[in-house]
Write a protein that binds this ligand. Sequence first.
Ligand SMILES: [Zn+2]
Length: 291
Amino acid sequence: MEWMADQRRLEMAAEKAAEVVDILGMCVPPIDPRAVATTESKFLRVFGDNFRNSFDGLLEYHGDRNRFLLFFNTKYDLRWTGGGHHPRTRFSLAHELGHYYLDRHRAFLMSGGSPHRSRGEFETSVLMEQEADSFAAGLLMPKGLFRPMVNKGELSVPRIGQLAGLYGASLVSTAIRAVRMSDFPCAVVGVQNGAVAWCFQSEALVKGGCYPRAREPLSSGSALKAWGRFEAGEFTKVSAEGKVADWFETYDRQDLGELPLTEDYMPVPVTRTLVVLLTMSEEDLSGPPED
Ligand SMILES: [Zn+2]
């Protein structure tokens, strides 16, 4: 499946980031992407400024001096009171570091490929950009540190909030990373324009037989209601009960489709996305033990 191959490439990008953090001995969150960049100062110069709406980040290669210039937009820092950079700024910087550290990306730029003006977090369907996003998440939330914390229990919105604060990452990228690291069956879905725009699942959920579905409009009553509230400008976090078939493809396993799951809605008005954390009982998914 092409989907599996893409997933593998995204995982490898995150692993590369974990390697970088490991080599540098950075083992206490939050990881500072600027400090990572500084260790490459011979080849990489970093410039942060308010570039307004032109881009979130940009990496250029200058062959005459064999040097990369990394620009990142600090516009999100303007109203940020949390100290250091805003999580989105940190993510932009980490994303550009992905273009620098990932071999194929670097080779592309060095061979004269034109730099891409990167935007947002997980808002692109271009695989190279997704790889840089995956690198960024892997750098800010390295597997070795993050995974044990995630698996102290099942995921919930408050736990994702705590992790986001600790790692200096946005709620959305923390939710995605946490789901991918979770040993429990869970998923996080981004709803845009009343349809599923993206979905990330834990391995336990896929192994249990629940697969991502092609983009399609929301069908379940609870999801439609939540989307209606979001569109009306009501940005409250609410929970609802749904079933597996509302969100996932289970192929010949219709019994799986009927299993209950919990939907936790997290509105992110700035990206016009209604993020949904989907969790379900481990016992439900694995079924009664066979004898
Ligand atoms: Zn990019």
